[in-house]
Structures are given as C-alpha cells and as structure tokens.
Design a protein around this ligand. Structure first.
Ligand SMILES: [Zn+2]
Ligand SMILES: [Zn+2]
Ligand SMILES: [Zn+2]
Length: 481
C-alpha cells in the first residue's frame, strides 16, 4: 500500500486497527489538522423540508426546487451552490416520482461524484472509496437481508443513462456508509440533520479519550462578494498539543457510558473491540457508578442495586413521557427519582446525570429557570469530572447551564459558565463557528450585567424582573405554577 501525504498528516499502518492517520508536525490545541469537503452528504428524510440541502442550516421558509419539488434551500445562492450535486439527483427523483430514502440518496450522490472526479477529489485525498472497509462479511443475517432490499431500491432509482455498477460494488458503498458515515448537525449544534461521507475522516481511528474532534463548518454563501464564499466542510481540530508522528484519533461514541457499554456500542456499529487505555483499565467507570459516602460509610450493595434498578425503570418512563411531550410527567418522575438517588448515588453516577439532564432541559424549556438552574449546575459539575477538558458535549452542556443560570438571575454563576463554555468551544468549534459567536455575544452581555450587579444589586434585580415580566409567556406560566 502506498502511503500518501498532505501538509500535516500521513497514512500509516496502525497495527490491528488497519490504516490510521498521524501528524507530520506538532499541532496545538484548537488547530485545524485538516478540513475536507467530502464526497457527498444528504439531509435526513424526516427533515428534508426543514433543513437546507446545500448548507445544512435549519431555516424557516425554505425554497423548494421547482423541478423535483423535493430539495429545499435557504435561497437562490444556496440552490446555485448545490446544483452540481443535485442536477442528476433532481432528474432521477422526477423520473421515480418520489425521493428515495437518505441512504439511497447518499449512495447515488457518492457514485455520481466518483464518476465526475474519477474516484479522487483532489491531491489531498488520502484514500478512495474502494479502499474503505465495508464490514459486509461481519454483518448479521438480518442486516444482510436489509442490505439486499437497499440495493434493490437503489437500482430502481439509479438512472439507466448513468454509468452502471454491479450489485457487489453497490453493496460495498452501502457497507462503507454503514460504518463510516459522519452525522452532520445544524448550525446551532442542537440537532442531527444529515449524513455524509468524508473519506479522509474515515481514516481517523477511534479512541474513547481522543486527541481530536470533528465539527461541520457550514460554509458561507451569503457574502455579497463571492471571493468570501466558503464551502461546506468538516474540520478535524486538535484538542490539545499533538506531537509530531502521534496518531490522530476521534471518538465515535459519547464517553459518558461505562467502558463495557462503549465497547458494545463500538462493536455493534463499527465491528471492532476497543482497546483504548480508558477501556482497557476501565478508567472513570468507578465514578460513573459511584456511590455517596456518609461519615466514611458506603451504602449497602443491595440498597445501591435497588436504587439503580429503580432509576433504570424511571429513565425509560421519562424517555417515553418525553417522546409523548408529556413534560409535566417527565418532571414528576425526575423529581421522584432524584429523591431516591439522594444520599446513595454520587453526582457523577450516570443515572443521576441522565435524570439531571432531562429535568434541567424540560424545566428551562418551561421557563422555570430557578429550579432548572440548580439541576443544570449539578449536571455540569458531574460532567466536568468525567469528560476530557476540551470536549464539545461538555462545552455545549456548560453553555446551556450558563444560559439557564443567567435567566434565573444568577448572573455570577451564569457568566462564569458562559466563559468556561466559550473557552472550550474556541478549541472544539473554532472562533468563527456560529455557536462560538453566540457565546461571545453572551459573554459580553453577561459581563456587562455582572458589572451592573456588582455596582447595585437592587437595581440589577429590578431590571431583570422587568425584562422577565415583559415576556408574556414567562409571567403567565409564573402565575400558574
Ligand atoms: Zn442554505
Ligand atoms: Zn430538484
Ligand atoms: Zn475505548
């Protein structure tokens, strides 16, 4: 196998893990190791009318493609930028009479792209689709059956005037998507909105405690001067100093699972056994299953088991009530569960953290900021003991908790958290990402309010009171509850 190079990275044989990527020079925290436009990306079926098919931003009032009546865009600029990608898809959807599902659309986009670029996007492309793993030989019989149906549906959609491929090759592409696709989120990082294939990124191996993170840069097509336009791309960003020659890693799963659970998730979706340091030594598992200690005494094993089982059942009820949007019930079960967990489970226990996350989110959605603020603080304190310091999920959670505390009138805590979140997102998302820019504005605003608060507390609170009561929904809800 020939090893290929770009400026800062090269492919190398990473032992049992297959191929990997490593640096050819030292990288610093927040540095973009590489960015990649990728082969193709599609919006999820369920959001096809709420998310722009070009920049993947969530927007109200999208314009629909007049030809296929399927693809939606922010405006003509986004539509124009996406036409090359959409042209053949548009005709195929029109011919079929409906849009096929997201995976079929993605495979088709990949193959059209490959034809146009004969497999390689540019000299910076370190691999081809043919070389990527599909893990079809590891698939369970029912997954193989599904794959067969998917290929059949694809062949119905694929136009006869495009280059034809054998069933085996099409299956390979479906397999590649299955274990290599990257999920794209909206511009506020709040929702997963689509899926794409970025071949260089596929070469970056997993570690539960990684040295890099990936984010989607939505690009900018809005500037009047096209010289300032930028393309949608993913960025691999260094989370700390990475030495020359060190392997680059990202995490494919959320660290907030026990090592055994993470290993299961990875095996199921990506077909490998994680042997990272954190999994091998079960690092932090003790905190994630931690118990309280009262007067140097731990609660009995039976009691802890009882509460853990109760929590598991409660969490599934909470999940159910949340899907049914029965928020009153969510809050009620959460409160009951937290009461049972108190004095027994540590605040870093995963079941406590899951309940805290749910109740703080629902209460702040209902604008009951006072109660939400305390739960959010406890949750972020727990997260900070578990996550690596520069983790995007920790940053986002800290930001939300900061906003909740700010809205609750706890300006000192709120400002402190917003500053912490800003410091994390500068590294994980970079200074130009819309979320980082939001945070920067909030940091300035809370800093000003904090200044006012320190000068005259009374005036500050009466001002906030007015601000809150000017929002009719907030004051009405305040009276009811
Ligand atoms: Zn757009
Ligand atoms: Zn169209
Ligand atoms: Zn691991």
């Amino acid at each position: 196998m020939t090893l290929e190079k770009t400026d800062a990275v090269e492919v190398f044989a990473a032992g049992e893990k297959g191929r990997g990527l490593r640096t050819t020079k030292e990288m610093l925290a927040g540095e973009v190791v590489f960015s990649e436009a990728g082969f193709a990306a599609v919006v999820f079926d369920s959001l096809s009318m709420q998310v722009c098919h070009s920049c993947f931003c969530r927007q109200a009032n999208l314009h629909r493609c007049a030809q296929c009546m399927f693809a939606c865009y922010c405006d003509r600029t986004c539509q124009g930028a996406a036409w090359e990608e959409h042209k053949q898809e548009c005709a195929a959807i029109k011919r079929l009479g409906k849009a096929p599902n997201e995976n079929t659309r993605l495979v088709a986009r990949i193959l059209w792209h490959t034809q146009k670029h004969t497999g390689k996007v540019s000299d910076n492309q370190l691999t081809t689709l043919d070389l990527l793993e599909d893990h079809i030989s590891d698939m369970a019989p029912e997954d193989l059956k599904e794959l067969k149906v998917a290929v059949h549906n694809f062949l119905e959609y694929w136009p006869s005037n495009s280059k034809q491929y054998g069933v085996e090759y099409i299956s390979h592409i479906f397999g590649v998507i299955n274990c290599n696709a990257f999920i794209l989120s909206d511009q506020r990082g709040l929702q997963a909105v689509g899926v794409g294939i970025f071949p260089n990124l596929c070469l970056v191996n997993h570690d539960c405690w990684p040295n890099c993170t990936v984010i989607l840069n939505h690009g900018n097509q809005t500037a009047l001067d096209t010289a300032f336009h930028s393309q949608r791309r993913i960025e691999l960003r260094a989370l700390g100093t990475i030495l020359e020659g060190e392997e680059l890693t990202v995490s494919y799963v959320d660290f907030l699972n026990l090592s055994t659970e993470r290993k299961q998730l990875l095996k199921k979706q990506y077909y490998f056994d994680c042997e990272c340091e954190h999994c091998s030594h079960g690092i932090k598992d003790d905190l994630m299953m931690g118990t309280q200690e009262i007067g140097g005494k731990k609660p009995s094993v039976d009691l802890v088991k009882q509460v853990a089982n109760f929590s598991l059942q409660a969490l599934s009820k909470i999940e159910q009530a949340h899907t049914e949007r029965n928020f009153h019930e969510v809050v009620q079960i959460c409160r009951e569960c937290l009461e049972k967990q108190e004095l027994l489970l540590a605040d870093t226990h995963l079941y406590v953290l899951r309940v805290l996350r749910m109740i703080s989110e629902v209460l702040s959605f209902q604008q009951q900021f006072q109660e939400a603020a305390e739960y959010a603080r406890r949750m972020v304190d727990g997260y900070a003991k578990l996550y690596p310091p520069n983790n995007a999920l920790l940053g986002m959670a800290t930001m939300r908790a900061g906003v909740t505390n700010w809205h609750a009138g706890l300006i000192e805590v709120g400002h402190g958290m917003i500053c912490k979140a800003y410091a994390i997102l500068l590294i994980t998302h970079g200074p130009h990402h819309p979320i980082t820019k939001d945070l920067e504005r909030m940091r300035t605003q809370t800093e000003m309010e904090l200044h006012m608060f320190k000068q005259n507390e009374k005036v500050y609170h009466s001002m906030r009171e007015v601000a809150v009561h000017n929002k009719p929904s907030a004051s009405q809800r305040g009276k009811v509850q």
